[in-house]
Design a protein. Sequence first.
Length: 337
Amino acid sequence: MVRSGNEDGGSRAKLFELLFEAKGSIVPSSHITERLSLTRQAVFKLICALKDEGVPIESIPQKGYKMGGLDGVQAVSPTMLDFFLRDNPVFNKCIYVKEIDSTQKIIKKLAAQDAPEGIVAFSEMQTDGRGRRGRNWKGTPDKNLTFSVLLRPNLMPCEVQLLNLASGLAVKETLIKECGIPAELKWPNDVLCRGKKLCGILSEAAGEADKVYYAVTGIGVNLNMEKDDFPEDIRDIATSVFIESGAKAPRWKVLVRLLDIFASYLKLLEAKNGAESMLKIYRTGCDTIGKHVKVIQDDDTFTGEAVRITQQGALVVLTPSGEMTFAAADVFHLREA
Ligand code: BTN
């Protein structure tokens, strides 16, 4: 099922706005019916639809409706997403899907149909979530952030790694600011907490030798999973914001903040000397630099000290046989070098 907050000819969105702007006061039913030009029964249906999405609305008999505070809401409501992303300069079109094989697939399909940049496909549950190097990405329904975005960057194919770096940086910053946990960024874009994986990012691109047609960046953040929710084989290497902070995160709010920060990095990348400015921030925020690392590329394994990030976002490692540059690889932090 695909739902978006723009169903009902926009009435659901208008009703949300009306209740939100009342800041917790009761909005009389007569005021709503008048403003939306709808019958009481039609308004009641919209109220039920918003409640179904997880929006906290209270019906006050004989008076009207009022909206509760949104900070504690863990649901990802499509109407709330549309509302809070309305000023996002990149990500202001959201598709909400309860269950899908993989959000990467929806976005790739839309990209092939010439859809514009900035569409976000969010799903509560993926039945065939894809990870890097053909691995699976599993999650528990209604607890995480699982989404993909369509990008049409003005970059050369050899610069696509910059999108990976920008997305990882955005996730790290969001989790620190919004959830207060000590998130770490492992090159190129894994986000960890106390060495365990919190978030995985998969970027796939299509283009020619000198042009990127589109890129799809898929992000999976373990937000409210409990220890037992993780499959046993990854329980010791994966974690969630809830496990690390002891608090359930408002998923919609984390998603909105993440998309705001990601958009600001994408805008930075478009600016003059923007790649260099973004890399400057990335080099400071990347916890891989200065660490002793194990790097796995295809069937080969290398160890050494991660020393720097190149202009194209590659990782340079000082190995016993000299410096090696990795454009893409799996990296494991071993210890401080
Ligand atoms: C990794 O291997 O670390 C990358 C995992 C990426 C998972 C996300 S979840 C949303 C999007 N849809 C997918 O099928 N994969 C990505």
